[in-house]
Ligand binder design. Structure first.
Ligand code: GLC
Length: 390
């Protein structure tokens, strides 16, 4: 029982420490701005604590929405130049987790701020109208938009197999120059980097499904079905039993590398066998299943580096999303294993941004707001007291 109190109290303390006026910064020193998908996960974590700031933070992460419906991936605490034409907010976007957050809040009986659902609908509409390929997949124009910034799946764009964070950072800024922006300052295309990743497509289809459930609008269920079908038709890899990314401008074979992203379409696939094959890898100790949650690359893969940013560590937000997929398929053992490892890892790592999946050692920013997701898994039922001896 002490452990349950530990992660709930710890999550509350982390969120409290990161709270600013209406939202949490991911970390006060390393990440002193608002980040879109981080705030969605903070909102889910506030909701788990029964705190009405859940609705405030969900509304805040949509505040920077442009008239077109586009939601920027950051809102800067102070003006910032060099990452696109906008200086008060990002010109790029990030995975659309807001619809799932709205669903969680609603299920927990926390009222949404006025206008939240309408803003979410406009946000998803934007993606469907401006970010779809002709074959019906959602594309991104910068690695920042994936949320998995330095994923090995992007290695072929930077043209080197030996990963270095500096090389990626230089490349990220080069890519801003290669981006085409619309008249409102939102990124719409790139000369060098366009890709339809499995994970962001899965998150978008999942978001459409959640919005359909919240609004009762069949249109969103139809869009969810169509996108899930396109993901299965165009991205399923029947040999590796995961979904790959589809390069559109640039890229190469690194887009089929095994990364945890490639399992995310289990959130939306209509195919039980594919879901089973994909989720089995998250239960396999020689695959993604580590003592402290899910590795970003399978154990033993030549690019697996358990302590390097996006090259192997476990991430709390990805653990949480794969947990949702496991629950969808009633893969109870897997769901419980993810929940248990995520709770333990939050405590061992000091609520880190990401951690070594083998040891739980905290990495990146500590503490980080989204580690509070440890409180979002259902509480372990209290064990009955053993009968007194004698
Ligand atoms: C890093 C992560 C990104 C996250 C941001 C703030 O850039 O790659 O997913 O949103 O940090 O936590």
């Amino acid at each position: 029982m002490r452990m349950i109190l530990g992660e709930v109290d710890g999550a509350a303390a982390v969120l409290e420490r990161c709270w600013r006026d209406g939202y949490c910064v991911p970390n006060p020193d390393v990440y002193p701005h608002l980040w879109l998908w981080d705030s969605c996960f903070h909102s889910i974590s506030w909701a788990a604590l029964g705190d009405p700031r859940a609705a405030v933070e969900l509304a805040s992460c949509l505040d920077a929405q442009l008239p077109s419906g586009f939601v920027p991936h950051m809102r800067y605490a102070a003006p910032s130049e060099g990452s696109g034409p906008l200086t008060d907010r990002s010109s790029f976007t990030q995975p659309p987790i807001y619809a799932h957050a709205a669903r969680v809040l609603t299920e927990r009986g926390l009222p949404l701020a006025p206008g939240t659902l309408e803003r979410i609908e406009r946000a998803l509409d934007y993606l469907w109208n401006h970010r779809m390929t002709a074959d019906g997949l959602l594309f991104i124009v910068h690695p920042w938009e994936s949320g998995s910034d330095d994923s090995p799946r992007f290695d072929d764009w930077i043209g080197r197999s030996a990963w270095s964070r500096l090389a990626f950072t230089i490349f990220d800024h080069q890519l801003v120059e290669a981006t085409k922006f619309d008249e409102e300052g939102a990124a719409v295309w790139s000369r060098e980097f366009v890709v339809a990743p499995a994970a962001i497509n899965a998150f978008a289809a999942h978001a459409a499904r959640e919005l359909g459930a919240l609004t009762g609008k069949q249109e969103w269920h139809r869009r969810a079905d169509e996108l899930a079908a396109a993901i299965d038709d165009l991205l399923w890899d029947g040999e590796q039993h995961h979904w790959v990314d589809k390069p559109i401008v640039g890229g190469g074979p690194s887009t089929v590398l095994p990364t945890l992203d490639g399992l995310m379409p289990a959130l939306v696939t209509p195919d039980p066998e594919r879901a089973r094959l994909a989720l089995a890898q998250a239960e396999d100790a020689a695959g993604y299943a580590a003592p402290f949650g899910l590795r970003f690359l399978p154990a033993g893969h030549p690019r697996y580096q358990p302590e390097q940013y996006w090259r192997g560590p476990a991430w709390p937000q990805l653990n949480y999303m794969l947990y949702q997929a496991a629950r969808r398929w009633e893969a109870t053992t897997l769901a419980e294993a993810i929940a248990d490892a995520s709770r333990r890892a939050a405590l061992v790592s000091g609520f880190a941004e990401y951690w070594n999946p083998e040891t739980g050692a905290g990495l990146g920013a500590i503490p980080q707001g989204w580690a509070a997701l440890a409180a979002a898994y259902p509480a372990i039922p209290a064990q009955p007291e053993p009968p007194a001896a004698g």
